[in-house]
Design a protein around this ligand. Structure first.
Ligand SMILES: *[C@@H]1O[C@H](CO)[C@@H](O)[C@H](O)[C@H]1NC(C)=O
Ligand SMILES: *[C@@H]1O[C@H](CO)[C@@H](O)[C@H](O)[C@H]1NC(C)=O
Ligand SMILES: *[C@@H]1O[C@H](CO)[C@@H](O)[C@H](O)[C@H]1NC(C)=O
Ligand SMILES: *[C@@H]1O[C@H](CO)[C@@H](O)[C@H](O)[C@H]1NC(C)=O
Ligand SMILES: *[C@@H]1O[C@H](CO)[C@@H](O)[C@H](O)[C@H]1NC(C)=O
Ligand SMILES: *[C@@H]1O[C@H](CO)[C@@H](O)[C@H](O)[C@H]1NC(C)=O
Length: 402
């Protein structure tokens, strides 16, 4: 769960200002940024079984055409966390996506349904149809990932891929492995960064405050007909606002940095405030409201189960059961490397222990050897190259050559 919710406080203050100046659509900036660094980037559209249209990025080879034309580059698929988007893996010089492209990998980056670049559907209108937003990370696991895997295998001729998930991007792949085990053999291994199925006893202050009352929030959401999160704001407005608040020369960086520290932990000395112009306009990316409630439900039940739609018929339609169903993680047969941050306010030792106790095929637990490494340092840590890249190459190499 990427903690970009820190943006909401100042967001509210500047709401009216931004409504006056209007939104800015700046998606192209990030494509240009990748190209300016000397890397090729493609965008693909993947359609899921239930009609969602997903934007997928691909960096097929390395900097300045290194590896262009080399056959059999190993496909690796990356998935971002809650409130994140595909850029999380390619936004900084030291981002993981570039490093992998330079080391022989064919890099694919997902944007899950409902996140900034994937608010699209074949028949539903996300601006008008509530039905569009009625999903949680369950549907990302059972539809978005399988559709993307099939697309990659078809386009590359490979027989399997490696998967790197961050935060919610690990929850979704656990869901897939449990519910659609026929896809497990298409994954040669999973690197789970900041991993979580059930969140147990997190230190993060907002989760601690909000999760115990998830039923209340669910009821309020129902009354106000909230489907999307954050509600009442378009993505354009939100991005313009965040850019204005934290991404411009005159933005109060000290305030933004302070809010980052509240949300991701007080000791993020891997965070460089100079990256705000790149990161602020992208975050938080939209999600469905139900994703948040689903995490709350599992956390309070201390069980990894499907979401309770509060309606027996709806549950029956989605899960073949009137009540939420426990995910059978025994079904997850692929190898899993857990990448744990010692200073992760979302992922406690209990959460890691829970994963170690339940997942059947853990090949490695890599505790980043840097005591203040946070949940989001996997995305923006200054020293990613020192603390993550080297080990990641070793892990992936192990998956491929088993
Ligand atoms: C990123 O790399 C480019 C050159 O490829 C360089 O001009 C730029 O200063 C670097 N940015 C940072 C923050 O290191
Ligand atoms: C586990 O996989 C089996 C097929 O191997 C499937 O029938 C079952 O529904 C899966 N369990 C869950 C909880 O999804
Ligand atoms: C992945 O596919 C390759 C062939 O492309 C195969 O040799 C290898 O055994 C597969 N790995 C797994 C884990 O299935
Ligand atoms: C869970 O999956 C495992 C492995 O596929 C299977 O042996 C077991 O019966 C399943 N358990 C339940 C409760 O479905
Ligand atoms: C773990 O994964 C490896 C490689 O995919 C496989 O050979 C092995 O059977 C798996 N073990 C379990 C317990 O699923
Ligand atoms: C969590 O586990 C690590 C290593 O197993 C240990 O060093 C650390 O003290 C633990 N943290 C807490 C808060 O218990």
């Amino acid at each position: 769960m990427v903690a970009y919710s820190w943006l909401f406080v100042p967001l509210i203050f500047s709401f009216s200002t931004i409504l006056l100046i209007g939104g800015i659509e700046n998606s192209e900036i990030y494509i240009e940024l990748v190209e300016s660094r000397g890397y090729p980037i493609e965008t693909h559209e993947v359609e899921t079984e239930d009609g969602y249209l997903l934007n997928v990025y691909r960096i097929p080879y390395g900097k300045n055409s290194v590896g262009n034309g080399t056959p059999n580059r190993y496909p690796v698929l990356m998935q971002h966390g809650l409130f994140g988007c595909g850029e999380n893996f390619i936004w900084l010089n030291q981002s993981i996506g570039y490093m992998l492209a330079d080391h022989g990998y064919d890099v694919w980056v997902m944007n899950v349904r409902g996140s900034w670049h994937s608010v699209k559907h074949k028949t539903l209108d996300p601006d008008k149809d509530d039905a569009y937003w009625r999903f949680t990370w369950h549907e990302m696991g059972i539809y978005d990932i399988p559709a993307t895997i099939d697309y990659i295998l078809k386009n590359t001729g490979a027989q399997n891929i490696s998967f790197i998930g961050h935060s919610q991007g690990t929850t979704t792949i656990f869901v897939m492995g449990a519910v659609r085990p026929e896809y497990n053999e298409k994954i040669n291994g999973l690197v789970a960064m900041g991993p979580m199925s059930v969140i147990l006893n997190p230190e993060e202050i907002f989760i601690r405050l909000v999760a115990p009352h998830y039923k209340l929030f669910k009821a309020i959401g129902k009354v106000l007909d909230i489907q999307k999160f954050p509600p009442f704001l378009s993505n354009r407005q939100m991005h313009a606002m965040n850019r204005f608040l934290c991404g411009l020369k005159f933005s109060p960086r000290w305030l933004c940095t302070f809010l980052v520290s509240i949300l991701v932990g007080p000791n993020d000395d891997q965070f460089d405030p100079r990256i705000f112009p790149i990161t602020a306009p992208l975050t938080p990316s939209s999600s469905s409201f139900h994703q948040l409630i689903h995490y709350g439900q599992n956390m309070m039940d201390k069980k990894f189960t499907t979401f309770d739609w509060g309606n027996a018929k709806e549950n029956l339609r989605r899960y073949g059961s009137e009540k939420p169903v426990e995910y059978n993680v025994t079904n997850i047969s692929f190898k899993v490397a857990l990448y744990v941050a010692p200073n992760d306010v979302f992922v406690s030792n209990q959460t890691v222990q829970f994963l170690e106790d339940t997942l059947p095929n853990i090949s490695e637990v890599y505790r980043v050897p840097y005591e203040t490494w946070t949940h989001v340092d996997f995305l923006w840590g200054r020293d990613l190259n020192i603390y993550v890249h080297h080990n990641l190459l070793r892990t992936l190499n192990g998956f491929i050559r088993q």
